[in-house]
Write a protein that binds this ligand. Sequence first.
Ligand code: 4AD
Ligand code: MG
Length: 462
Amino acid sequence: NVVIRQLVRNTARYENQEVELCGWIRTNRDQKSFGFMALNDGTHFTTVQVVYEKDGLDNFEEVAHYRAGSAISVRGLLVLTPQAPQPFEIKARKVVLLGDSPEDYPIQPKRHTREFLREQAHLRSRTNLFAAVFRVRSVAAYAIHKFFQENGFLYVHTPVITASDAEGAGEMFRVTTLDAKQPPLNEAGEADFSQDFFGRRANLTVSGQLEAEAFALAFRDVYTFGPTFRAENSNTARHAAEFWMIEPEIAFADLEDNMNLAEAMVKYVINYVLESLPEEMAFFNQFVDKNLQARLDSVVGSKFAHISYNRAIEILKAAEETFAYPVEWGHDLQTEHERYLSERIFSKPVFVTDYPRDLKAFYMRQNDDGKTVAAMDLLVPGVGELIGGSQREERVEKLEQRIKELKLDERELWWYLELRKYGGVKHAGFGLGFERLIMYITGVSNIRDVVPFPRTVKSCEF
Ligand code: 4AD
Ligand code: MG
């Protein structure tokens, strides 16, 4: 028993040999005395052509009626087909039905809309588009680990259930061990969910950063890579309620080091995917975005741009009439602003640095101007914000003061403050949204189409 990956990589070894394959039928067309099947077994993007003849098969009539979606095994001769688009085919000697698929199989060999396929999340990986997207996802995840491990970073598993609101934005899913039908009551007789995790408050993590900082101040260079949850009610093409985030954290490092790390990592992952998955990437370039290859090549080959928030506002103000949202110092950049900067002004990824402190989380290091913080966002064409990061506030008085100003719960952050008290040093880190990176690499424009089973405002079907 071989798999298609072996046949594609080592075709010469199997030439004129008998091979046996298992897989799922994509298409099956029969003439009177022979037929063709496109067979895929999931191990490679390539679909193998199986040719069968009336004379060569005792169950020819049955095989001719096998439908798309059915699972079969095929034994036959591998022959090279230098004239055809595909380099080889299998001349079948024996075909056995392993799993039938009735006529109502939803993934018929025709063009389906992405919206329809989202409703078929359990089957859509059998299409070319999703087969390619999810293999890129797998390889990119591997490349991320490879990049960090080869650079000496320690992988830390930060908790999924936490007490802290790392972003201070109140977008947390509560975790509860209580029975919603019989909640404990407070003195006024109202339902009291304030102690819902075995007597404490708890929520799903919005970021592993704070715990990663603790590890960075022990191991120097660390990263997390895990699921992250945001209860924000944003029904957009780039927000999910559950997504995966990569968060490196580096000690004895500043914002500049942080941006250098981000740039090196993004380039490494893109390069790795381009080299590992040429068939998938060619598919995206042909069917999803014709400029993809050129864009990724230029990303890998050029230096990312840098611009301060102040300067970005000046540039955007000069083009104010093109935007739906007004541009004002102190306001967050909207998607249209982010895209204008990365697509129209720079045509490549751009770091925007030193945002007004009131736009950013409490832990960012305050700049000397008293107005901005040592923050950086990486904006990329087609996606917008790919990365958010900063140098962290290591000065304990400044941090305490900021926590007070923002009325955050100091008691919850006692351990975070101790990291400054005991051997605190300058350190920095960032968070990269894994789904947004996959959108960027594949050209796929909706986050729902790069997550195997997406959880967004309106979908939790599977
Ligand atoms: O900018 P964010 O909120 O930053 C943090 O969470 C920091 N604690 C990261 C750090 O410094 N360690 O999120 C980081 C990135 C965003 O740039 C975006 O790519 C992604 O996470 N992201 C989302 N992706 C999909 N759906 C959502 N709802 C997302 N929210 C953020
Ligand atoms: Mg952000």
